[in-house]
Design a protein around this ligand. Structure first.
Ligand code: KG4
Ligand code: ZN
Length: 343
């Protein structure tokens, strides 16, 4: 059994975790920068990089402390090498390489989305029941919206992806248009949940053809901008009604395409992760529409759905177990395709 230090700095969360290669999480520390970016209405890359620099060592120290281990106990290091913001990724990659070099331990680079696909295999004192392959994975966050077929730990195939905005990005931009705060997903969810008036006119669904597994959310955003312009400054009940219709459109696209991906692959398990997986309407709709089709839905605990380093540590486990270690020219890769075969 070996102990892996995971490091994640691809966007606006500075994270470190200690995870055993069987998926047991000894500690997982996530320092969110959301308060730093909120006044700007979104993530500012330069602010993110500087915050990662300031936070990375304290966060790693806290993770070691939380797991009651020292650096000498670490058998290998796994770090997110992409995709993400280049300056942010760089902080994690350089830190991981420096630690690996000074400790004489292997280091492997991990694809951020492969990390998300590892989340359902994490177990800690508060729960987690590891699932079995194969499954269809929906990853929906502020930066990504993709569907994958995960046939095994090292066999991943992309089934569909967004052609423009990510689902979380659509919610963030929608919230901005409506004068709601950042991040937009929770703000829209709150507004929509508090509304029980008549339904607003529905929003269009992007790429709605039944067999289409790609997503599109930019038309939805344009439709909202047009309605805000037409209806003037929206607030109160009118704004809440728009939030509900907008959230319904995003959720409907995610659910419809995820179920279609299960149908075409024949897999009966759907795993949903990424920040948008916290959305209550999404969970409700999945639980309403999936069982009738013989599909079981798994949503990892929220702490492992949003960006964290435990999922990165576990995603690096197969490569570390195979004895791999990157050369010290391992570089941050802001644009990185999902590898088809991993180990
Ligand atoms: O995975 P995540 O924490 O970070 C990355 O983007 O990688 O996801 C953040 C995204 C944001 O766009 C945020 O608006 C969205 O997830 N989000 C939600 C909810 N909580 C976070 N969207 C809908 N409903 C929520 N409750
Ligand atoms: Zn993510």
């Amino acid at each position: 059994m070996s102990l892996i230090l995971g490091i994640e700095t691809s966007c606006d969360e500075t994270a470190a975790a200690l995870v055993r290669d069987d998926g047991r999480v000894l500690s997982s520390v996530v320092s969110s920068q959301v308060d730093l970016h909120r006044p700007m209405g979104g993530v500012v890359p330069e602010i993110a990089s500087r915050a990662h620099l300031r936070l990375i060592l304290p966060v790693i120290r806290e993770a070691l402390h939380g797991a009651s281990v020292t650096l000498a106990d670490v058998d290998g290091i796994a770090v997110t090498r992409g995709p993400g913001l280049v300056g942010a990724l760089l902080v994690g990659v350089q830190t991981a390489k420096s630690l690996a070099w000074s400790l004489g331990r292997p280091v492997v680079g991990v694809h951020h989305l492969v990390g998300h696909m590892s989340a359902p295999f994490l177990v800690d004192d508060d729960g987690g029941a590891p699932i079995a392959h194969p499954f269809v994975a929906l990853v929906a966050s502020g930066g990504h919206t993709s569907l994958f077929e995960v046939a095994g730990r090292d066999a991943i195939r992309t089934l569909g992806r967004t052609r423009d905005d990510a689902a979380g990005e659509a919610l963030d931009k929608g919230a901005k248009l409506l004068g709601l705060g950042y991040p937009g997903g929770p703000a829209i969810e709150r507004e929509a949940a508090g509304y029980d008036g008549p339904a607003a006119e529905p929003f269009p669904r992007g790429l709605r053809a039944r067999r289409e597994l790609d997503f599109s959310f930019s038309g939805l955003k344009t439709a909202l901008a047009e309605r805000v312009r037409r209806e003037g400054a929206v607030d109160g009940a009118a704004r809440a009604a728009l939030c509900r219709a907008y959230e319904e459109a995003v959720v409907d696209s995610l659910v419809t395409k995820s179920l279609e991906a299960c149908r075409v692959t024949g897999h009966t398990r759907l795993v949903v992760s990424g920040g948008v997986a916290s959305n209550a309407r999404l969970r409700r709709e999945l639980l309403r529409r999936a069982p009738g089709r013989g599909i079981e839905v798994t949503v990892p605990p929220a702490r492992y759905c949003t960006d964290n380093a435990a999922m990165i540590a576990l995603a690096g486990a197969p490569a570390l177990a195979a004895g791999r270690s990157e050369a010290f020219d391992l570089a941050a890769a802001p644009y990185l395709p999902v590898p088809e075969h991993l180990a």
